[in-house]
Design a protein around this ligand. Structure first.
Ligand SMILES: *Cc1c(COP(=O)(O)O)cnc(C)c1O
Length: 435
């Protein structure tokens, strides 16, 4: 990673370990900025993808804004240098105190997601004698063709309000002294690989914005959310250049400023989760583990890229093979939650040698605890370091102490340097809050 050996990082900081490349994050920011340079725009980084203070400071220092979904994220965003004037607040369930903090701090806008929330927000603003800048989140009922658990813009999802109801909320808000509609927003889901859903949503938002302008409610911002897909398994990424070109031609000469809320796309590729091989095991037990040339292991020399997912090889005799590693679903939940297929590679790639097919599983007492399934891998030895790639987003941020496992440490790599940005939790940390 950059100028640093990840094998050495694993030795120095222990495993499981999250490592991030600063250069990779910066280059992804530059790429998005360049792609959208022809359009007046603001990127609001969705903090939930990776809220590490060190990474957030890096991102805020490049002039980006932040998209937050809780009071905790508001605190993180402000502490890591995002100015309130570049922070937007999303989410269906903001509490009264979260709304109060948001109004006091004068965020860029608060995304209203229901009629009742609008009423509560008005009450809060009135009591503080302030005016809250708002947006209404539209649910455009568009299928972004992604995993059902990460779809948010379908009518059956809990997010936003239908376009007709949104228009109604805007009109009502415009009449209120303590509310000021400034933006219209939607967010379709995550891991979207096609431009089409964005364009369908954009058309709806533009037409709504036009009819609002005709009603005497001119808006300043048009926010089409995040969700730009990154490579996973055999699926490729959504190309920001293609997205930008399509949006530009749809926007035409519209004076609205564009907001995008990328989370994953900015940080996923920068991160890897390092883990160590603990044990090898064949489900049929017995003496199958003498080595890859053991005939009982079946075809040990399949072709394909190291760690390639989705390969359909015949299993050899002896049933499934497992590589048991020291990272589990508490450290990285995406495979268990979303069937995510992240590439996994040995930190030190062997020169040639046989490959075999195995499931890479963690130590958690759940059958759903796996890191990678059905992968072509080199025959490992206990102690080998492996790296799960594309792990910079929704990795550490979704990790937990399940099975009373202290959370992993995080390291930021920059050139030849590696800095510990969050220490590994200790056994003491497990008990710190108990009374
Ligand atoms: C999660 C989320 C995002 C970011 O999604 P990514 O897939 O990480 O780009 C953006 N906006 C809202 C409202 C979100 O909830």
């Amino acid at each position: 990673m950059e100028g640093v050996s990840v094998r050495n990082l694993a030795d120095r900081f222990g495993t499981p370990l999250y490592v991030y490349s600063e250069a990779a994050i910066l280059s992804q920011i530059r790429r998005f900025e360049a792609a959208f340079s022809g359009l007046p725009h603001l990127f609001c980084y969705a903090l939930k993808a990776n809220p590490s203070g060190r990474l957030c400071r890096l991102i805020s220092s490049r002039g980006l804004g932040a998209d937050i979904v809780s009071g905790g994220e508001m605190e993180r965003a402000l502490r890591s240098g995002f100015p309130a004037s570049r922070i937007i607040f999303s989410g269906v369930g903001k509490t009264e105190s979260e709304l109060k903090w948001a109004v006091r701090r004068r965020l860029l806008f608060i995304n209203v997601e229901s009629e009742e929330e609008l009423r509560r927000l008005e009450g809060v603003a009135k009591r503080l004698n302030k005016t809250a800048d708002i947006s209404v989140r539209v649910n455009p009922d568009i299928d972004p063709r992604t995993h059902r658990h990460i779809t948010t813009g379908l009518a059956v999802n809990k997010f936003g309000v239908p376009p007709a109801a949104a228009r109604d909320l805007f009109r009502r808000a415009a009449k209120r002294k303590h509310l000021r509609p400034v933006a219209i927003q939607c967010h379709l889901g995550s891991q979207i690989r096609e431009v089409k859903p964005y364009l369908s949503a954009l058309r709806q938002l533009l037409s709504l914005a036009r009819s609002l302008a005709a009603d005497g409610i001119p808006l300043r911002w048009l926010d089409i959310g995040g969700g730009m897909g990154v490579a996973e398994g055999e699926k490729g990424e959504l190309n920001p250049e293609t997205l930008a070109a399509a949006i530009a031609s749809e926007m035409g000469a519209n004076p609205l400023r564009l907001i995008l809320e990328p989370g994953r796309a900015l940080v996923a590729g920068s991160g890897a989760l390092l883990m160590k091989v603990l044990y090898r095991k064949a489900s049929a037990g017995d003496g199958l583990l003498r080595g890859p040339r053991d005939s009982a292991l079946g075809p040990g020399s399949a072709s394909g890229a190291w760690g390639a997912p989705g390969t359909r090889l015949r299993r050899g005799r002896g049933g499934p093979r497992f590589v048991i590693v020291d990272a589990g679903m508490n450290d990285f939940a995406r495979p268990s939650l979303y069937d995510a297929q992240h590439p996994i590679v040995p930190a030190v790639l062997p020169r040639g040698g046989p490959k075999f097919r195995a499931d890479v599983v963690g130590p958690i007492c759940e059958t759903g605890d796996f890191v990678a399934k059905d992968r072509l891998l080199p025959w490992p030895a206990p102690g080998d370091v492996w790296a799960l790639l594309m792990a910079g987003a929704y990795g550490f941020s979704m990790s937990s102490q399940y099975n009373s496992r202290p959370r992993a440490a995080e390291v930021l790599v920059s050139g030849q340097e590696a800095v510990l940005i969050r220490r590994r939790e200790t056994l003491k940390d497990l008990f710190a809050l108990e009374r």
